[in-house]
Design a protein around this ligand. Structure first.
Ligand code: AMP
Length: 202
């Protein structure tokens, strides 16, 4: 295979290793992959073949796009490391994998998923909150999947555990177009988690 330079703009997509109970999840995953390739946006993802993860990657590849998978050695077999990608990086462990994905990407989009997806999403939200990174984070709320989580964030802000600005770092989209528009726009201005601590129980 001839190595092709990755596109300037790369979006990391977090999503489930399962397909989910509604065909709408798979449909959105494929549509997102196709749209990214169509716009010349590279995909960074967890490198597996399973579930929505495999579907996004397959859609980008099928539409002639560029995919970088980052998978830890320990999951190569469990998540079925994808051998048909533009690039597959094998990371030493889970933490290295997540740090590498976050480093490679200019923005993040979360599709529906389980604990793994939630952990990755929450990690990049907290890194934005702490100003370690400043990159847009989009929650693609397919069929209202993420509505309870967004309500939880608002609840945590109301209860004084985070600022409303930090809850708003999770930017909701309901369509692929909206998700890509948010992901390719500048990230929201970051407000320091530590500034003006009065009344905020950090
Ligand atoms: P899931 O949403 O649980 O199907 O997982 C989606 C992806 O998140 C998979 O590639 C997992 O390997 C990854 N992931 C990242 N961090 C974790 C973690 N702490 N536990 C489980 N999966 C994780």
């Amino acid at each position: 295979m001839v190595a092709v330079a990755p596109p300037e703009l790369k979006i990391c997509v977090y999503c489930g290793t399962n397909v989910g109970a509604s065909p709408a999840f798979m449909e959105m995953a494929r549509d997102l992959g196709t749209a990214m390739a169509g716009r010349g946006i590279g995909l960074v993802y967890g490198g597996g073949k399973l579930g929505l993860m495999g579907a996004v990657a397959d859609a980008v590849m099928a539409a002639g796009g560029h995919v970088i998978g980052v998978i830890p050695e320990v999951l190569m077999r469990a998540e079925v490391g994808h051998t048909g990608l533009s690039e597959l990086e094998v990371a030493d462990d889970m933490h290295t994998r997540k740090a590498r994905m976050a480093e490679l990407a200019d923005a993040f989009i979360a599709l529906p998923g389980g604990f793994g997806t939630f952990e990755e999403l929450l990690e990049v939200l907290t890194w934005n909150q702490l100003s370690f990174i400043r990159k847009p984070v989009v929650v693609l709320d397919v069929n209202g999947f993420y509505t309870p989580m967004l309500e939880m964030f608002a609840h945590a802000a109301d209860a004084g555990f985070m600022r409303a600005e930090h809850a708003a770092l999770a930017q909701r989209a309901t369509t692929v177009e909206e998700a890509l528009a948010i992901a390719t726009a500048p990230a929201p201005l970051s407000v320091s988690k530590w500034a003006d601590r009065e009344g905020v129980a950090d």
